[in-house]
Design a protein around this ligand. Structure first.
Ligand code: NAG
Ligand code: NAG
Length: 484
């Protein structure tokens, strides 16, 4: 699996929810880089006294925001280059201070490395709990306010040169934050590298599954056909309640599914759990153990029986022997838990319900993934977890507002000095910039690359195009810093 950290949190939820895969509701987490053991004595962790509310001056509440620093490669004479990695929807990991492409670049350019944790994630908790009342202070705009205050302060703390240049980095959600920070604070931030950043908020992100389908089809046509057939067989069993009992045993469900209406939200939850193994293998292809080819091998292995049985075999490979929990209410209870650091999942779910959407539906007849997970499943979940008012219309309005605030894909023409990198295998490229004529930005669209794969150093053979994209990113950073 991707990292010990991520596996840890998935196991945690498995314990609480049978084999329910709640962490997979929101697939934007990025793998943490690893490498041979290194002994770096110049890395340390610290806390920054941060404002709670950047938009109301009369609120003077402060809290402690965590960050990592590495002076390992810092040019302490000139003191004029800083690389800032923005934290996203997860705890920051100190491995990023030792491994990764930005560390490679820091050696070349003498950069001070800083990694700032996002408010409400990891140990950067502004308030004692994550109740709805507290989460009013969780938003991308507040996070950008945090980064702004941090940069201003660190210019003093590290006695940086007056012309010091800050380059911000991020991957996935934090990649978008990096581009947005350059947009909003061009005087403080000189350039940004946005890796796989979702820039366009979208309530119903059905395109996500289009890319998964493309990845499966690229592995083998027969694979996608088998999966479509399997999903149809599931529908058929559901439509024949007498046989739905077969469904319960084929998929080793924790509770019987027979007798449930087709439009019952528990059935949507069940369908979603069927799709996640494929989404994960697509999004992280080349970075996780179980590949699309592995799953396709199972789906096309005729000797294993009918397609539905092969799909059950895929689930069993991913989930192990435990029964499959599709009980909707246990998801709701887990997401309603207001104790801090409950896997950070509640916080990210809050941001998707209140700012971004990005809900990975299967609700389009023209997609071969069936109609198992409609947008109503997600809007209902937002309401059940955070209270009434999360209607489809209301949520469309907040998503539109987010796109107004940051410009959506139009950021292409409003922020200069940004490198945007996306991979064709990664579903998130559908809400990013994959081509542009604007000479003020650099767009790298890498064939076969998965989510944020450009951020890590190669630990296994990689394509020439990916290597070239990493080199080009490094070169552009050099251009911003005045090298040629
Ligand atoms: C790590 O490096 C420091 C300073 O160079 C040294 O004192 C220490 O013994 C090293 N530790 C290990 C485990 O190699
Ligand atoms: C590129 O940047 C220059 C200098 O800031 C600006 O004049 C020009 O309009 C920009 N071009 C585009 C296409 O945004």
């Amino acid at each position: 699996m991707k990292t010990s950290l991520a596996v840890g949190s998935i196991l945690l939820f498995n314990l609480a929810l049978g084999s329910g895969d709640i962490t997979n509701l929101f697939k934007v987490k990025r793998p943490v880089p690893t490498g041979p053991p290194r002994n770096v004595s110049e890395i340390y962790m610290s806390y920054f006294s941060q404002k709670l509310d950047h938009f109301h001056d009369d609120d003077t509440t402060m809290w402690n925001q965590r960050y990592f620093v590495s002076t390992e490669n810092f040019d302490a004479t000139n003191r004029n280059v800083v690389f800032l990695m923005l934290g996203g929807e997860e705890e920051i990991d100190s491995n990023w201070m030792m491994y990764g492409q930005w560390v490679v670049s820091s050696r070349k350019y003498g950069a001070l490395l800083m990694y700032l944790e996002h408010r409400f994630y990891g140990q950067s908790q502004p308030l004692p709990d994550v109740s709805i009342e507290s989460l009013r202070y969780l938003s991308s705009e507040q996070a950008l306010g945090d980064a702004t205050e941090f940069i201003k302060s660190m210019n003093q703390v590290y006695n940086l040169a007056p012309d010091a240049k800050w380059i911000v980095f991020g991957g996935s959600y934090s990649g978008a934050l990096a581009a947005w920070l350059r947009l909003k604070q061009p005087d403080l931030v000189y350039g940004a590298v946005c890796s796989s950043g979702p820039l366009l908020a979208e309530l119903d992100f059905s395109d996500y599954h289009q890319v998964v389908i493309d990845d499966l089809t690229a592995s083998s046509e027969q694979c996608m056909t088998s999966l479509t057939t399997a999903l149809t067989q599931v529908e058929d069993l559901l439509a024949n309640p007498k046989q739905a009992e077969g469904l319960t045993s084929i998929f080793n469900l924790c509770s019987p599914i027979e007798g449930l209406e087709r439009n019952d939200i528990r059935v949507s939850n069940f369908f979603r759990t069927l799709l996640t193994p494929f989404s994960n293998a697509a999004q992280y292809s080349g970075q996780v153990k179980i590949s699309i080819d592995d799953l396709c091998g199972i789906m096309t292995y005729e000797a294993a029986g009918k397609e539905i049985q092969r799909l059950a075999n895929v689930k069993a490979l991913v989930d192990g022997m435990e029964c499959v929990n599709y009980d909707y209410m246990s998801y709701v209870y887990a997401l309603k838990d207001t104790v801090r650091k409950a896997g950070d999942v509640r916080q990210w779910f809050y941001q998707t319900c209140n700012e971004f959407g990005w809900f990975q539906t299967s609700s389009r007849a023209d997609l071969q993934f069936g109609l198992g997970v409609p947008i109503g499943y997600y809007t209902q979940l937002c309401s059940d977890v955070f209270g009434e008012g999360y209607t489809e219309d209301a949520m469309k309005a907040v998503v539109d507002q987010t796109n107004l605030d940051y410009g959506g894909l139009g950021i292409e023409n409003t922020a200069s000095n940004v490198v945007y990198i996306y991979g064709s295998a990664d579903p998130w490229h559908k809400v990013g910039i994959t081509e542009s004529d604007n000479p003020n930005i650099t767009v790298l669209y890498v064939e076969g690359m998965s989510h944020c794969q450009d951020m890590t150093e190669a630990t296994r053979p990689e394509t020439a195009q990916l290597t070239a994209a990493k080199k080009e990113t490094d070169r552009m950073i050099g251009v911003w810093l005045g090298y040629n």
